[in-house]
Design a protein around this ligand. Sequence first.
Ligand code: TYD
Ligand code: MG
Length: 455
Amino acid sequence: MQTKTVFTCQSCGYQSPKWLGRCPECDKWNSFIEESFDNNSERASRSIIADILSSNAPQKLSAIELKGLLRTNTRISELDRVLGGGLVEGSAVLVGGEPGIGKSTLMLQVSNIISKERRVLYVSGEESLSQIKLRAKRLGLSSDNLYIVNETDLVRIIKYIKELKPYMAVIDSIQTVYNPQFSQNAGTVTQIKESAGMLTALAKSIGVSVFFIGHITKDGVIAGPKVLEHIVDSVIYFEGQKESPLRILRAIKNRFGTTDEVGIFSMEQDGLKEVKDPSGIFILHKNNPLPGSSITTVIEGTRPFLVEIQALVTASGFGMARQRSMGFDLNRMILLIAGLQKNVGLNLANQDIYLNVAGGVKVNEPASDLAVSVAISSSFKERPVRQDTVIMGEVGLTSEVRGISQVRARVNEAKRLGYKKCIIPASDYKSLKNITGIELIGVGNVSQAFEELFI
Ligand code: TYD
Ligand code: MG
């Protein structure tokens, strides 16, 4: 028996004949583990592939029939939107996200809906059947066409899928699946690639749609689903912060649609609920203005929605003043603070400054700079900001307000939600003259915005 040894980076799949401390591909430290292969296991694995693809032979391009993409509505419109208009038959989709974010919950809910009309197989390698039943009860699910199996052996999973011929199969999670003909543990790059590769080939050959659930951790200890991204047709990530019920489903790759749509959900007592009107859940005290709060717009995918920025500025006790930010880039916040000191004349040097984007949203658009500057000044001056006004604009180093993208969509969203005024960059004002029903105020710098805003 011939055995060869390679070292594989568990983060990105890079292989090297010798151990390396740092991966030259993805720069991760200590990510290499030793893997040995013997020729027998590769041969055995090839025979499984041959079995899956038994009826495959080259065909003339001209002889291939053009079949339209068969899409199924999952009836979870936030998911359909991310998939590019429904689930494509025979496609392989990777659903990535941190543990506990709600991947199993989402997939069980989707399985239940699809199984109202077609057969669905849910393969769980992580939870026992009774745990899944308990979750299904909590979610209030019931269906006669939803099959569950507790299995991690790839060969048997393939057998179940071939026997049951479901319309859709969920593999929860791909990190637990292993091919027994390989000596590596489940969860290593080799096993993950092997399992996902085989199941994707199977999906294509018999027309089953497969969802792979893949965990990612912040420090990348578990083999990252990154290695899977080029195997599957679509990659969607489920994001959010555990402290907040808000969850965002985002397509990173999609062979059958665009990647600029997002789905927004909220995690409730009885499962994930679609959030059709995201602006509503992010704004807390609309009718009760408090110092330190301002409203701005963010664009997620192609949709604008409104979020509340909160700042707390207090005299620092002693020593170094502290600056902390949740949901907004800290370095950017420090730049904005420096601008407020130098150009607007606020003495923020001995102040602790905390910033938070309400609802656990992450804002990484320069268009919210002005609202951040306003929230910080508002808390510092202890003067509330007009809450009927939405603030948008990028702030430059001289505290000038610069133009932003998609202003019209942002202004329309503010109008739809009943806001009376928008503070916008002066340079964008001209292009919006024909908008009615909401007052627009163009500002050229941060001080001008302050004149309009403080009560
Ligand atoms: P889960 O789907 O198990 O996460 P993942 O598969 O991504 O690891 O979700 C687990 C979390 O969701 C857990 O903290 C409990 C919470 N949860 C709810 O809040 N409501 C529910 O109805 C369910 C089923 C879970
Ligand atoms: Mg899970």
